[in-house]
Design a protein around this ligand. Structure first.
Ligand code: PMV
Length: 370
């Protein structure tokens, strides 16, 4: 057997030998070339565990619908802002004695669909790392999961960074964004910092997100009016798959370059009025697709409409504020830091609003000390 790059040939009697040398882990895999000895390969791995943090993001130009559901290649590009202060922290521990991956979210063991999605994602990382080792994933969110704050974005961004490192992959930000996209499309946008554009691209290797402005570029604040913090009935993976059944989706996709240009320009020039107009239009367009898909997806609840109408009224009166809504009933009211307090207290006073969470532009996904 010829050792490959980064491997050492050796002879050993213990077929499950693992040597820990500081941050290096030497893992023995039994070889088949010589039957009289246990001859094998030592894989040199850089770390057995890694922890990463990432923020969710709110899209001003939304992602809804895929050209390729497996690779999560979107029908059009999208633009978002990372939500600083709202954080997913994920630790990945590679454990050679595990026969399957394990997942713990906010101290509770996750089984079923949630675990399967993480396992399929780890399969993608394992394929790149050329290993079959399983992992224990321990993750925590400091905000409600699955309620219209894109917890899957921060979840898969943090998981991509931690799993890649734990399995010894040294990936660029572009590669990490492509990898995170495989778990959840919007996760590609939680890898870079600040204000971010996901370029739809042609295939797996060029569908990734880049930062178009740093978090300090603009003092926007997202005041999230929580109407219902329960997990939504139809998740976005199912929603993307049915987007093409709406007769309106083709027109929305064809018009996407115009909306992306409008939004990018508004962001780069800090033109609040222009951003407000395009972001509300884009959010309404996405919900029009959802409502006219088969099956129809209706995410709004009565307080959602009440907030939308009040936000428009406040803007008409001169306050810088607009709404945008993801796949849930909660409303993201975007304003500037000088108005955040007044908007937050007005939102809290609306019947049906349970809580208001605020977030300023956040940084990118990163490794953190364990
Ligand atoms: O990344 P997913 O599959 O959770 O899709 C996100 C979809 C929206 O949040 C509704 C829009 C967006 O661009 O974030």
């Amino acid at each position: 057997m010829t050792p490959g790059f980064g491997n050492l040939a050796f002879i050993v009697d213990d077929p499950f030998l693992i040597l820990y040398l500081g941050h290096l882990t030497l893992r023995y895999s039994p070889g088949s070339a010589c039957r009289s000895y246990s001859k094998g390969i030592i894989q040199i791995m850089h770390s057995l565990s890694a922890t990463a943090e990432a923020h969710p993001n709110i899209a001003f130009i939304k992602y809804w619908g895929n050209r390729d559901n497996l690779l999560r290649l979107p029908t059009s590009g999208s633009i978002s802002m990372n939500l600083g202060g709202l954080t997913t922290r994920t630790r990945v521990i590679i454990n050679s004695s595990l026969e399957a991956d394990r997942l713990k979210l906010n101290d509770r063991i996750v089984r079923g669909e949630g675990l399967r999605r993480v396992q399929s994602f780890l399969d993608v990382v394992r394929l790149q790392a050329r290993t079959d080792l399983h992992a224990e994933v321990i993750t925590e969110n400091n905000f409600p999961s699955g309620a219209g704050i894109a917890s899957s974005a921060s979840a898969f961004a943090a998981l991509a960074v931690a799993a890649a490192r734990a399995l010894g992959l040294d990936l660029s930000d572009r590669e990490l964004s492509c990898l995170a996209r495989r778990g959840s499309g919007s996760a590609s946008r939680s890898i870079p910092a600040g204000f971010v554009e996901w370029i739809a691209g042609e295939g797996d290797a060029d569908s990734y997100a880049v930062s178009i402005a740093s978090p300090e570029h603009w003092n926007l604040v997202d005041c999230i009016a929580m109407v219902n913090a329960n997990r939504k009935a139809t998740g976005s993976t199912e929603g993307h798959a049915s987007a093409g059944t709406s007769p309106l989706q083709a027109a929305r996709v064809a018009d996407a370059p115009r909306r992306l240009d409008w939004c990018r320009r508004a962001l780069l020039t800090c033109d609040f009025t222009a951003l407000a107009e395009i972001a509300e239009l884009d959010s309404n367009l996405m919900h029009a697709i959802m409502m006219t898909s088969i099956p129809a997806l209706m995410y709004w609840e009565p307080p959602t409409l009440e907030i939308m109408s009040l936000v428009r009224k406040w803007r008409a009166q001169g306050d810088p504020v607009f709404y945008t809504i993801d796949a849930g009933p909660n409303v993201h009211a975007i304003t500037t830091s000088d108005f955040a307090q007044v908007i937050t207290s007005r939102l809290r006073a609306i019947p049906g609003v349970r809580e208001v969470i605020t977030a300023s532009p956040g940084g990118g996904a990163h490794l953190s000390n364990e």
